[in-house]
Design a protein around this ligand. Structure first.
Ligand code: ADP
Length: 504
């Protein structure tokens, strides 16, 4: 509430102007109320009726006190005394409407003087503050809502002027950058950007200001942000303009990308963990087969060694030498199996390099074919223009292992697995076809989803892991929907960069 006093007496209009003044008071929005020195209301315009609700007939002749709430009576008495002494007062206060409702008003109260300068009454101009109050309250409410949103949303918001100085700094921005708002407000926005990006960042905003190209701003940019402690983090900016008459300000929403990058890294870790676990699982299921496969050459080795000892004792040196050669072959065979198992289960960083596809496929099929009881023929054709691919060898061998193993398991009798490698655009396409019964209806479209299996002891993760691996290589894997016979799986892996079609 404010009150302000001036000592200038109001202007008393000459007669010819009274008519005009009367018209004005009739049409004014404000309430014009006149009272004599006793406080009896003697004029009341339509504006006053609108604000206070009394028709002239209801209020004229009544004391002005009916408009004053009981707790404002003392204030009113003091005001009247000052007006009586010739002052004009302006104050914001409350008045009573018809029916007892209080309403906020802004009042200008002045003495009415006669020709000799003596006070003969008071004039009151009342403005309805209800609307202003409502607007202010609404603005305050909106501001509180906005503030609470800005303090909770993940994005930090800063507002900068067209001079690049920070005008506003949200709670999230304070937490993100580690500055309390009072430390950065008024400073250049570049304090929040790490060195290598500073210039570009400033140029970017300057360009926006010069050209007003909205689309420049709407493109989110990723730059390195800098916290108060000097540490940096990746942040994504989206800039918008606040268009107010005569004011140009920019809202900058900032998203901290370090968290989402952490999430991506974690996902990649989990994916490689899954790939590894599934490899262990494949081998776990094959363990008795593998034990048998390793035991076989070891048994032969022992037999050959015993044989050569007997031959040596019998003085048959030449025959003994041949038996020892066989023994050495069996020892290498066992070593090869153990070696390939060790490679297959090794964990470690996925590393992609240019690998020979024929060798990769041959090693994987040797492992996959171990322990298959029925007679299986394996056919491999590699097109000369797709000999190499950029792959993580162990992982792609895992894909091949799964596909070949599935093919072998699907065929109960004799059959054939044909593997073909050919170039399709920039990719090597590897297809694995079998002569088995083909894909069952029950697996259908969900083939590459985890836990889809038709096998009593199947885990149903093999193909979903294949997909994870192939997609991590930038390739695709699918089952040909209508093969001539059996099942036909295809997948692609990238050829070495700049590898032009070689046809040697
Ligand atoms: P799992 O081998 O543990 O069942 P996969 O994801 O490797 O898991 O395979 C899912 C299912 O897809 C298999 O259970 C089988 O029904 C079907 N499938 C995969 N490969 C073949 C194939 N070559 N011939 C017939 N069915 C196949």
């Amino acid at each position: 509430m404010s009150s302000e006093g001036t000592s200038t007496p109001p202007y008393v209009p000459p007669d010819h102007a009274r008519f005009w003044l009367g018209t004005l008071t009739e049409s004014a929005d404000a309430g014009f109320v006149g009272a004599d020195l006793r406080g009896i209301i003697i004029t009341w315009n339509p504006g006053a009726e609108r604000i206070f609700g009394y028709a002239p007939a209801e209020i004229l002749g009544r004391p002005i006190g009916v408009l004053i709430p009981s707790d404002k009576q003392a204030e009113e008495a003091a005001s009247l005394a000052r007006i009586g002494a010739g002052e004009t007062l302006r104050l914001e206060t409350e008045r009573l409407c018809k029916g007892g409702r209080r309403t906020p008003v802004s009042l200008t109260m002045a003495p009415v003087l006669n020709e000799r300068g003596h006070a003969i009454g008071i004039s009151v101009i009342a403005r309805d503050m209800q609307r202003t109050f409502l607007i202010n309250a609404e603005n305050l409410r909106r501001e509180a809502v906005l503030r609470s949103i800005l303090d909770t949303v993940h994005e930090a918001l800063i507002i900068i002027g067209d001079d690049g100085l920070i005008r506003s700094f949200s709670g999230t921005a304070e937490r993100l950058f580690g500055y309390p708002s009072e430390e950065v407000i008024g400073h250049d926005v570049s304090v929040l950007v790490s060195e290598p990006h500073r210039e570009r960042q400033v140029a970017y905003i300057a360009r926006y200001l010069q050209t007003g190209e909205r689309h420049i701003a709407s493109i989110a940019r990723v730059v390195a942000g800098q916290r108060k402690d000097g540490s940096t983090f990746p942040m994504e900016l989206s800039v918008g303009e606040i268009a107010l008459p005569g004011v140009r300000q920019f809202t900058v929403f900032i998203r901290d990308l370090s968290e989402s990058q952490d999430r991506e890294r974690r996902l990649a870790e989990l994916r490689s963990e899954l790939v590894h676990v599934s490899r262990l699982n494949d081998l776990g299921q094959m363990v008795s087969t593998l034990a048998h496969e390793v035991a076989q050459p070891l048994t032969s080795l022992a037999n050959y060694l015993n044989g050569s000892r007997r031959l040596l004792t019998a003085g048959k040196a030449e025959a003994a030498e041949q038996a020892l050669e066989r023994a050495a072959e069996q020892a290498s065979r066992a070593t090869r199996i153990v070696q390939s198992l060790r490679d297959f289960v090794r964990r470690g960083e996925t590393e992609k390099r240019s690998e020979d596809l024929r060798k990769t496929i041959e090693e994987a099929s040797a492992l996959a074919m171990l322990g298959i009881a029925h007679k299986l023929t394996l056919e491999l054709r590699v097109s000369p223009d797709a000999r190499q691919a950029v792959i993580d060898k162990v992982q792609i061998q895992q894909v091949l292992f799964n596909l070949i193993r599935n093919a072998a398991e699907a065929m109960t009798g004799d059959g054939m697995v044909s593997i073909t490698v050919m170039r399709v655009g920039e990719m090597a396409e590897i297809s694995v076809a079998d002569t088995g019964p083909g894909l069952g209806e029950e697996v259908g479209a969900r083939l590459f989803q985890p836990f889809v299996t038709s096998k009593p002891n199947g885990m149903g993760v093999g193909l979903s892991v294949c997909r994870t691996i192939v997609e991590a290589h930038g390739g695709q894997i699918w089952a040909d929907p209508a093969p001539l016979q059996g099942a036909l799986f295809k997948f692609t892996v990238p050829l070495p960069a700049g590898d032009s079609a070689k046809t040697d």
